[in-house]
Design a protein around this ligand. Structure first.
Ligand SMILES: Nc1ncnc2c1ncn2[C@@H]1O[C@H](COP(=O)(O)OP(=O)(O)O)[C@@H](O)[C@H]1O
Ligand SMILES: [Mg+2]
Length: 277
């Protein structure tokens, strides 16, 4: 179908087109911070290739540098050494091709659901307000919140807020979605619905996703690959390819088996490093 970009509808349709997901390459990346005047290494020689459209989960205990690595991919901070590439281009700064979603919903309480999702589209100079509204409405529909388009944020449950946050990160149509423990504060049933819907959205919108969690079952439920981190300094210890069929249900017994194997591996790595969990 040939889109006629002179009509508003065609502009919205072009904006909603599925964009090719990015390949990510993390090459010899280390990150040091300074605490009490002393340098310490948070990430040590991280090397990682993430394929276009791959769903990768990073798992490890608190403090092993998972959020730091996501921030580096997002371009919110820069590595002490090494380079990160998206589709072959070095990352120097944040960009709309890489959107981040956090555990704390970080929504604007003075805007309704539509306003929050539209916010991420503010910097799209090619769209007028009516077109931004149409784009935002599509993503609100995608995350299942159509009926709450005009609700205030304080009227929503924790799960619904995270759906708004997801819609807001999807709205600029990034090639990569970075998710930092996005469901960590939610109850188990709410999370189960989100696992199912996130898998569907990932399949439908074809994003590359890097998802941070300390919940191994969650990682196995969502990821094509699960990478185990250990701390002091943060390093990738082992990786597991997850071949279970989708859509995956976190209560599936095969999934439990895979999770047990990975949990045992993580414990071994932590024991070897003398980290008590
Ligand atoms: N901006 C910063 N300045 C100094 N230390 C930091 C900074 N950001 C993170 N850290 C430290 O780096 C380590 C790893 O943090 P983080 O990446 O948040 O771990 P995780 O997400 O795996 O829990 C922690 O010890 C944390 O205190
Ligand atoms: Mg973190």
């Amino acid at each position: 179908m040939q889109a006629n970009l002179s009509t508003p509808h065609a502009k919205v349709a072009a904006e909603l087109k599925i964009v090719p997901p990015s390949k990510l390459v993390i090459e010899k990346v280390s990150k040091e911070f300074t605490r009490d005047g002393k340098k310490f290494t948070v990430l040590d020689d991280i090397n990682l290739h993430i394929e276009e459209g791959e769903f990768v989960c990073l798992v490890g205990p608190s403090g092993c540098g998972k959020s730091t690595l996501l921030n580096l991919i997002a371009g919110l901070d820069s590595p002490t050494s090494g380079v990160i590439y998206t589709n072959g281009n070095p990352v120097y700064a944040p960009g709309r091709d890489r959107m981040m979603m956090f555990q704390e919903h970080a929504l604007f309480p003075w805007l309704d659901v539509l306003g929050n999702v539209m916010f991420g589209l503010k910097l799209k100079p090619n769209l007028n307000d009516a077109e931004r509204r149409e784009v935002a409405k599509y993503y609100i529909y995608l995350v299942g919140l159509e009926r709450f388009t005009h609700s205030a944020i304080h009227e929503l449950s924790g799960g619904m807020r995270q759906r708004v946050a997801l819609a807001r990160s999807l709205a600029p149509n990034p090639n990569v979605l970075l998710m930092d423990e996005p469901f960590g504060a939610l109850d188990a049933l709410t999370r189960e619905n989100l696992y199912r819907d996130l898998q569907k959205i990932w399949q439908q919108r074809k994003k590359t996703i890097v998802f941070v969690t300390h919940n191994i079952r969650e990682a196995v439920c969502l990821g094509d690959r699960v990478l185990l981190f250990s701390p002091n300094p943060g390093k990738i210890q082992e990786e597991f390819k997850i071949d279970l069929p989708r859509l995956r249900d976190i209560n599936n017994s095969n999934l439990s088996e895979v999770s047990s194997v990975i949990t045992a591996a993580l414990k071994q790595h932590l024991d070897a490093k003398g980290v008590a969990e």
